[in-house]
Design a protein around this ligand. Structure first.
Ligand SMILES: Nc1nc2c(c(=O)[nH]1)N[C@H]1C(S)=C(S)[C@@H](COP(=O)(O)OP(=O)(O)OC[C@H]3O[C@@H](n4cnc5c(=O)[nH]c(N)nc54)[C@H](O)[C@@H]3O)O[C@H]1N2
Ligand SMILES: Nc1nc2c(c(=O)[nH]1)N[C@H]1C(S)=C(S)[C@@H](COP(=O)(O)OP(=O)(O)OC[C@H]3O[C@@H](n4cnc5c(=O)[nH]c(N)nc54)[C@H](O)[C@@H]3O)O[C@H]1N2
Ligand code: SF4
Ligand SMILES: [Mo]
Length: 684
């Protein structure tokens, strides 16, 4: 038997852990962590260990399929691509290029090859409408930090004395960060504050656990600012010399007292005071904010702004252990310029373009309206790559209706997803194990960007093909071949690697390398990239666009305070999407080893809350919001705030996004409220 080991990395989620992929007679049989990998140091999670099962899963899509007379049939690539090209040409002719949306999921944003080719095709075809998870996942906080600091600074937890896990459970979502924090706690180097309605594992070791009412984070942050300012715990020198708008902030936070916040957040005023003092006095401090809890919220953008101000007034910026700016990796950019702004650019101008820096993304949460109501113009076709929006996007019922109403839908995916079911054509993309590429990740544990040349582990299974090949072939059939000159994976890699000596250094380092230096004390050396050149506590840019220049508190769209009548009918607060190591979003369901860890979706609830409704652990329940209902099993646990129900996302059979809607979207970023939705439960 011929055995071989390929040094590569796992791209099942953003963290890109290094792996040793063991092959027997060309077949992947086992995956282990790579001890010498600079990011993961040997760590892999259960999903990484399950990679052989993922690769050879029986439900892999191994040939193109086309719906002919309402029935799925396997067809040749030639047939599938010609058909897609003909339909796209027809739609472009009839409705214009912008009637096509390119839809990308988390893989479609994070995987450089997948993302770069989708973007390039967008430009070549001439549509500005790249819609993606950037509109529900990570961009709100980037924007909030850019507006405050000019650029996007990242946490530097390794050097921090106080870490605030604010709506983030690294043991579920970011394993190696979890490991770092546990290690720091062992060495007693760390004061940990956890702000989360759930008692996450690390909360048991925290100095303070603030179990707040979901969606009230800005109230808590504003009250912490109130304490820090009132007790003069600010970094006076930093505030005086490197920030603008402090006087306005002082006035602004006066009403936001801890007593006020106690009423709103359910957190005792005393705990808020303690958290504020510890954060300000036991620096360097860094807040590590989750995506779930803070950005995916009607007040998501201002939540992130409030946290940025906490870092700023305490001088926890550009210093070791705080939030630091880091250089961007000089990777190749294959994008072509847009001919017009994307969907939502007028309604959400800062999301689309900040200080002349254009974002390539349109507003994905406006997709159903464009399709179903033709506003502001009709979207008639979509190419969905590396995404399963019918399950992962909010208001799933509406998104499903929108995808089903298109004149043409094609999906590129290694699996036949719920979104693929609605398509006319499904193209079998291969997985990252079957193609080369470039992996990169910003931040994580060391606070520096990291990149690695990703090695192919096996050849594409069946007729599956890499995304770059699919886009290029489709473009050729549309007469756009000149934009896709690359013929081989090596040529593609070369283009993605960009220019300069980094390219050579990467090629020489199979385990990948960190890029650049953390820019400590950068504010002393040069002006920040904000209009004032300083940290903008008060943002004139926001003001000019009609937004709050200082962060305010906005109740969740549905809440005991905002909609008391609805609360009487739906007296529980639903949070969704807490990550677990068993799954990535909608993927990996059905793999035996992962199924053993988490066989089904569970609604978590405090036993006292369950008892109030005559329910107990293990009961099947019907979970309802005003939008819809799903059935799932109840798990009671004392590790969650009474009155709150936590449900994972990504399960098609109990899709929590049927329960969410688009009514309470953030005014700056159009993010939906995935959290803080009112619900009720009944036994079934
Ligand atoms: N295993 C795994 N890891 C993943 C992913 C995955 O699917 N699986 N997805 C990746 C992606 S794309 C992303 S965006 C990240 C997401 O990463 P995060 O958003 O950081 O997700 P979690 O760490 O699960 O953090 C969510 C925590 O917020 C708490 N929470 C919920 N509502 C609120 C609230 O209103 N306020 C506060 N303060 N807390 C609240 C929840 O109880 C939970 O503990 O994870 C990434 N990592
Ligand atoms: N209620 C609720 N909903 C949420 C969240 C939440 O917290 N709560 N979190 C949201 C967040 S942060 C995110 S990022 C989204 C994620 O939403 P999605 O990105 O839509 O979810 P995934 O299941 O990761 O879908 C990725 C798809 O890409 C496919 N794929 C994998 N590799 C490749 C490849 O190389 N090429 C191609 N073409 N396809 C590939 C996978 O098989 C899978 O079908 O979910 C969001 N949905
Ligand atoms: S955390 Fe798990 S899924 Fe994510 S890259 Fe590492 S091994 Fe893969
Ligand atoms: Mo995400």
């Amino acid at each position: 038997m011929a055995t071989r080991t390929v040094i590569s990395d796992c791209m099942l989620c953003v963290w890109d852990c290094g792996i040793k992929a063991h092959l027997e007679d060309g077949r992947l049989v086992k995956v282990e962590g790579l001890p010498e990998h600079p990011v993961s140091w040997g760590y892999i999670c259960p999903r990484g260990e399950a990679l052989p099962d993922y690769l050879y899963a029986p439900n892999r899509l191994l040939a193109p399929r086309r719906k002919i007379a309402g029935r799925w049939q396997e067809v040749s690539w030639e047939d599938a691509l010609n058909y897609c090209a003909a339909r796209l040409a027809e739609i472009k002719d009839k409705y214009g290029a912008r009637s096509l949306a390119i839809f990308c999921g988390s893989v479609g944003v994070e995987n450089l090859e997948v993302a770069s080719f989708a973007r390039r095709f967008k430009g070549a075809f001439g549509t500005p409408n790249l819609l993606s998870v950037e509109n529900i996942c990570y961009r709100a906080r980037i924007l909030a930090r850019q507006l405050t600091f000019g650029r996007y600074p990242l946490e530097d937890p390794r050097n921090a004395r106080t870490i605030v896990l604010w709506g983030h459970n690294p043991d579920g979502a970011k394993g190696m960060l979890g490991r770092l924090i546990w290690e720091k706690l062992e060495k007693e180097e760390l004061a940990l504050i956890v702000i989360d309605p759930r008692l996450i594992p690390l909360a048991e070791r925290a100095v303070l656990h603030l179990a707040l009412r979901p969606g009230t984070d800005a109230a808590l942050a504003l009250a912490m600012l109130n304490v820090i300012i009132k007790e003069n715990l600010i970094d006076q020198d930093f505030v005086n010399n490197y920030t603008v708008g402090f006087e306005s902030l002082v006035e602004h936070v006066k009403p936001y007292t801890p007593a006020w916040a106690q009423e709103i957040t359910w957190v005792p005023a005393e705990s808020i005071e303690k958290a504020a003092r510890l954060f300000a006095q036991n620096g360097p401090s860094c807040i590590i904010q989750g995506v779930n809890s803070l950005d995916q919220h009607r007040n998501g953008f201002q939540n992130s702004r409030a946290l940025a101000l906490l870092q700023a007034v305490t001088g926890n910026f550009a210093r070791p252990g705080s939030w630091v700016t880091i250089p961007r990796i000089p990777l190749g950019n294959l994008s072509l310029p847009d001919r017009e702004p994307p969907l939502g650019a007028e309604e959400y101008p800062i999301f689309s373009s900040l200080w002349g820096r254009k974002s390539p993304y349109g507003i994905a949460t406006l997709f159903p309206r464009a399709v179903l109501e033709g506003k502001p113009y009709p979207i008639k076709a979509a190419l969905v790559t590396a995404a399963n929006p019918v399950v992962s996007f909010p208001a799933a019922g509406l998104f499903k209706q929108a995808f089903a109403s298109l004149d043409f839908l094609a999906v590129f995916d290694p699996f036949f997803t719920e979104t693929a079911e609605l398509a006319q054509v499904v193209l079998p993309a291969c997985t990252f194990l079957e193609k080369g590429g470039i992996s990169y990740v910003y931040g994580v544990v060391h606070g520096l960007p990291f990149a690695q040349i990703h090695q192919k582990v096996v050849e594409p299974l069946g007729e599956s093909r890499p995304d770059w090949w699919i886009w290029s072939e489709l473009a050729r059939r549309l007469g756009l071949g000149q934009y896709f000159p690359w013929q081989t994976e090596e040529e593609v890699l070369d283009a993605l690697l960009g220019e300069g000596d980094f390219k050579e250094r990467l090629k020489a380092s199979p385990q990948g390398i960190y890029y650049g230096e953390k820019e400590y004390y950068s504010y002393e050396k040069k002006k920040l990239a904000t209009p004032s050149g300083k940290v903008e506590l008060y943002s004139k840019t926001l003001e000019e666009h009609g937004y709050d220049p200082l962060p305010s508190y906005l109740e969740p769209a549905q809440s005991p305070v905002n909609t008391p009548e609805l609360y009487r009918e739906y007296p529980l607060i639903l949070i969704s999407g807490a990550r677990s190591q068993a799954y990535t979003h909608t993927q990996l369901r059905g793999l035996a080893s992962l199924k053993a860890l988490e066989p089904e979706p569970l609604a978590e609830m405090h036993p006292e809350t369950a008892a109030r409704y005559g329910l107990k652990d293990g009961d099947r329940v019907r979970l309802e919001t005003k939008n819809d209902a799903v059935m799932l099993r109840l798990r009671t646990t004392p590790k969650i705030t009474p009155g709150v129900v936590s449900v994972p996302h990504g399960w098609a059979e109990a899709n929590v996004n049927l329960l969410t809607d688009l009514e309470g979207i953030d005014p700056v970023t159009a993010y939906p409220d995935f959290k803080a939705v009112l619900c009720r439960v009944k036994a079934v």
